[in-house]
Design a binder for this molecule. Structure first.
Ligand code: TXD
Length: 319
């Protein structure tokens, strides 16, 4: 059986890390596309040369031509510009919308059967625009944000409780932005919900509130430290988990930006919710029961995404 083909649209900080991780995991042959001359070619060649040392077999190709992504099984999109300190994700809207139009056309022409994972910010609107521009079925186009946001939440909780990250689960709902909704009662240590751990005096509500806020600010914290770009190791690792669930039909339950068709009272709209990812892409949208406060927080997040979508429609009336 031929190897899977993974196309990475954008060979920058996240794109290069995606190529390296996919190679290490032998997920398939990898084609890195970028508009920058030489960048995808150089990174592909460099990673390929690490193969003999590490022992992975993967054909890596760098390209500036969309036809090289022909027949890709998975396409991961990071093309666009990242934030600089002081910029919000929303500031990237206009420039990255134009990029999604180009990327959508390339995918439609050369990889219409692919499972597409969008990473470019502002994520919830970019994945919505990419699905529209590409014309691919909505169950085959998702956004990566919730896996990263919940990973940040899980990391902070594991540090707080001094337990293995493997035994910490978390759900983060809503848009990938300051209004994201980390759900503490669905977050657990070995199945023990965080509110119970507060009762058990493992921590305090105040500490948990601080951790929730640090999760919301997770991207900005790293942008502030790096100064020249945004996070890329954890975002890339998160997208690879989604790609792997598709390629291996693992049916993982992961928080992703997916198109809702009535769940949570939302129609034809992308926002972060738990989904099952298998060989058919998004196979199920998990509609968890939200209590009063969670409903309010989720609606605030949905309204923030809606606001950005309205701004996007003004910029690109064809959307
Ligand atoms: O959780 C999340 N979804 C976020 C997403 C986590 C972190 C970063 N997030 C966003 O991913 C970030 O705000 C950016 O919008 C993307 C990519 O971030 P990255 O750090 O990889 O940016 P780079 O290093 O600038 O890489 C972007 C590449 C760069 O090589 C450009 O030459 C290329 O995109 N680029 C293009 N490729 C194809 N087509 C077009 N038009 C294009 N324009 C730029």
């Amino acid at each position: 059986m031929a190897r899977n083909k993974i196309a990475l649209i954008g060979g920058g900080m996240i794109g290069g890390t995606l190529a390296h991780l996919a190679s290490l995991k032998e997920l398939g042959d990898i084609t890195v596309f970028d508009i920058a001359e030489g960048l995808p070619q150089g990174k592909s060649l460099d990673i390929a040369q690490s193969g003999p040392v590490e022992g992975f077999d993967a054909k890596l190709t760098g390209t500036n031509k969309y036809e090289a992504i022909e027949g890709a099984d998975v396409v991961i999109v990071t093309a666009g510009v990242p934030r600089k300190p002081g910029m919000s994700r929303d500031d990237l809207l206009e420039i990255n919308l134009k990029v999604m139009a180009q990327v959508g056309a390339g995918i439609a022409k050369y990889a219409p059967k692919a499972f597409v994972i969008c990473i470019t910010n502002p994520l919830d609107v970019m994945v919505w625009a990419l699905q529209k521009y590409s014309g691919l079925p909505a169950n085959k186009v998702v956004g990566m944000a919730g896996v990263l946001d919940s990973a940040r939440f899980r990391h902070f909780l594991a540090e707080e409780f001094n337990v293995s990250v493997e035994d910490v689960t978390a759900f983060v709902l809503g848009g990938h932005g300051d209004t994201m909704v980390p759900l503490t009662r669905y977050s657990t240590v070995a199945g023990i919900p965080v509110p119970d751990l507060v009762q058990m005096k493992w921590t305090t509500q105040q500490r948990i509130d601080q951790i929730v806020q640090r999760t919301r600010d997770g991207g900005a914290e790293i942008v502030g430290l790096l100064k020249t770009g945004s996070a890329y190791y954890a975002p890339a690792t998160s997208a690879i988990a989604m790609a792997e669930s598709y390629l291996k039909d693992k049916k993982r339950v992961l928080p992703c930006a997916a198109q809702l068709t009535g769940q949570y009272g939302i129609e034809n709209f992308y926002v972060g919710v738990p989904v099952v990812i298998g060989a058919n892409g998004v196979e199920r949208i998990v509609e968890i029961k939200l209590d009063g406060d969670e409903k309010t927080a989720f609606k605030k997040s949905v309204d923030a995404v809606k606001g950005l979508m309205d701004a996007a429609k003004k910029i690109a009336p064809d959307l």
